[in-house]
Design a binder for this molecule. Structure first.
Ligand code: SME
Length: 160
C-alpha cells in the first residue's frame, strides 16, 4: 500500500484532498475493522508525518489501543480521561492546540505538544472508537483536519 500512496506536497487542504479519495477507495467493500484502521493510520501518518497517528476502540468501559503508527502508546484510557476519553464522553471532536493546557491530558509521549481526537460514532449514536493524532508542534490541528477526519470516521463507522 505505502508504495502506491501518493505523498502529496502542498498545504494541508491539498494533502487531505489527495488523501480522502484514496482512503475511500481503500475502504470500499472492506469489512475488517482492524485492517481498515491499520491502513488508515498508515495513510494519514505518511501523508502528514506527525508524531503519532492511530485508533482507540471502545471495549466495555475503556478505550483500548488499536492500530497505530508512531511510538509506544498507553493501552487503556478510561471514559472522560485525557483528550481521547473526553472526546468519547462528549461524542465530539476535540482540537487541543497545547496539550499542557488541557486538564488531565495523558502524556503517552513527552514529545506531544498538540492533538486532535475525532470520535467514530455508530448508527446507534454510540461512540465505537476514536481517531487520535499527536504532533510535536503546538497548534498543528484545525477545522480542516477535523472535517477530513470526521469524514474518515463516518466511513469507518459501519465497519465497527
Ligand atoms: N494524549 C492522549 C492519550 C493517547 S496518546 O497520546 C497516543 C490523551 O490525552 O487522551
Amino acid at each position: 500500500m505505502s508504495e502506491n500512496l501518493i505523498i502529496s506536497s502542498g498545504d494541508k487542504a491539498e494533502r487531505w484532498a489527495t488523501l480522502l479519495p484514496q482512503v475511500e477507495a481503500m475502504l470500499e467493500g472492506e469489512t475488517d475493522a482492524v485492517a481498515a484502521m491499520a491502513n488508515v493510520a498508515a495513510m494519514i501518518h505518511y501523508t502528514f508525518d506527525n508524531l503519532w497517528t492511530g485508533f482507540y476502540r471502545v471495549v466495555a468501559d475503556a478505550l483500548v489501543l488499536g492500530p497505530f503508527q508512531g511510538p509506544l502508546a498507553c493501552v487503556r484510557i478510561k471514559r472522560g480521561r485525557g483528550v481521547c476519553g473526553t472526546a468519547w464522553a462528549k461524542a465530539a471532536t476535540l482540537i487541543v492546540p497545547d496539550v499542557e493546557q488541557f486538564p488531565g491530558h495523558i502524556a503517552c509521549s513527552s514529545l506531544s505538544r498538540s492533538e486532535i481526537v475525532v470520535p467514530i460514532i455508530g448508527r446507534d449514536g454510540e461512540v465505537k472508537g476514536v481517531i487520535d493524532i499527536d504532533s510535536e508542534q503546538l497548534g498543528t490541528f484545525d477545522a480542516t483536519d477535523a472535517a477530513a477526519l470526521e469524514r474518515i470516521a463516518a466511513l469507518l463507522a459501519p465497519i465497527f
